[in-house]
Design a protein around this ligand. Structure first.
Ligand code: DGY
Length: 322
């Protein structure tokens, strides 16, 4: 008898066909998240869960008594309680590598959009306000030859550094738990202590995964250390930043602006003050959201699922289970 897999994200036909060769599928095709109660009700009869948003915690795992594999369609897996997953003896996988370039493209776009005020000026033209020559009230800030400090030098950080160095001739430093000598040698980027990076960067890019250790890593004190001319870019996870501290730093002009692809609460509340600030560019968590990359991620997640259910080691088992 085929094993059963529950898919709580819309997936392309190609991925459905790939999975159906080996497993029995049940799919939730809506863009809204499957309600938690419904997920808990269904999961006891499934061997696999293919997801990207569901919280996999003790409560879920106690109910999921047949579960062998949970495969996340994203590189981040802060929706997983890793310790509980380990104890439950379930394989957990994610989708690194295939999205690195796509996310790095988006980050660069966000950085440029923030510094050069692209969304605001797009609106200005659309609203028919362009009836005189451009003066200082519409000026932005240079990106090229400025200093970019990257907090979290993983694969995506490296791709961003590559763009910054060779495309924009920026001075690029990074802070990370471990030194990345390969990136230093190959790209000419350099390591800095957090304090120095915060104090000297023109652009600060946050790229660390959300863990218990990185929760609110960027707080009031961190913003106070930044240059008043600094742009802060977050494309990691909202909760790595204390959002109230960010709002205060922007209000008090402790930094010049922010580019945000992620928020503490997603979807972001329309009442969030960040949405009203002219010096803030906001996106709906679209780092990896291109048709090609999302398809690759879903295929990768499906392969991880099948490998796990066959009893072989999935290509992208999360590192804590290696
Ligand atoms: C991920 O895969 O974790 C990204 O945040 C998706 O954009």
């Amino acid at each position: 008898m085929k094993k059963k897999v529950l898919v709580t994200e819309p997936i392309p036909q190609k991925v459905i066909e790939y999975l159906e060769k080996e497993v029995e599928l049940e799919r939730w095709d809506k863009s809204e998240k499957m309600p938690r109660e419904q997920l808990l009700e269904k999961i006891p009869s499934f061997h696999g869960l293919l997801t990207s948003k569901d919280t996999i915690d003790k409560e879920f795992l106690q109910t999921a008594n047949r579960l062998e594999v949970v495969s996340n369609i994203s590189v981040g897996y802060d929706n997983f309680d890793v310790e509980a997953i380990k104890k439950a003896n379930v394989l957990a996988t994610h989708t690194p590598y295939v999205l690195d370039e796509t996310v790095a493209d988006l980050i660069f776009g966000l950085l440029l959009a923030t510094a050069r005020r692209i969304p605001e000026l797009h609106q200005y033209v659309r609203e028919g306000k362009w009836n005189r020559s451009v003066d200082h009230t519409l000026f932005g800030y240079n990106v090229h030859h400025k200093k970019l400090g990257i907090i979290g030098m993983g694969r995506i950080g490296e791709k961003v550094a590559r763009r910054a160095k060779s495309g924009f001739e920026m001075d690029v430093s990074y802070h990370n738990r471990n030194r990345n000598k390969k990136v230093e040698e190959e790209l000419g980027v350099y390591y800095e202590e957090m304090e120095e990076l915060l104090q000297t960067s023109d652009f600060i890019l946050l790229m660390t995964p959300l863990t218990k250790q990185t929760f609110h890593l960027i707080d009031e004190e961190a913003f106070r250390k930044m240059k008043r001319t600094c742009f802060f870019i977050n494309a990691a996870r909202g909760a790595v930043v204390d959002e109230d501290a960010l709002i205060n730093a922007l209000r008090n002009k402790e930094i010049l602006g922010a580019g945000l692809d992620v928020f503490e609460q997603e979807p972001v509340s329309p009442a969030n003050p960040l949405l009203k600030m002219e010096n803030v560019v906001t996106l709906p968590h679209i780092g990896s959201a291109t048709a090609e990359t999302r398809e690759q991620m879903k295929l990768f997640a499906a392969k991880n699922m099948i490998q796990g259910l066959r009893g072989t080691k999935p290509d992208a088992l999360i590192k804590e289970l290696q």
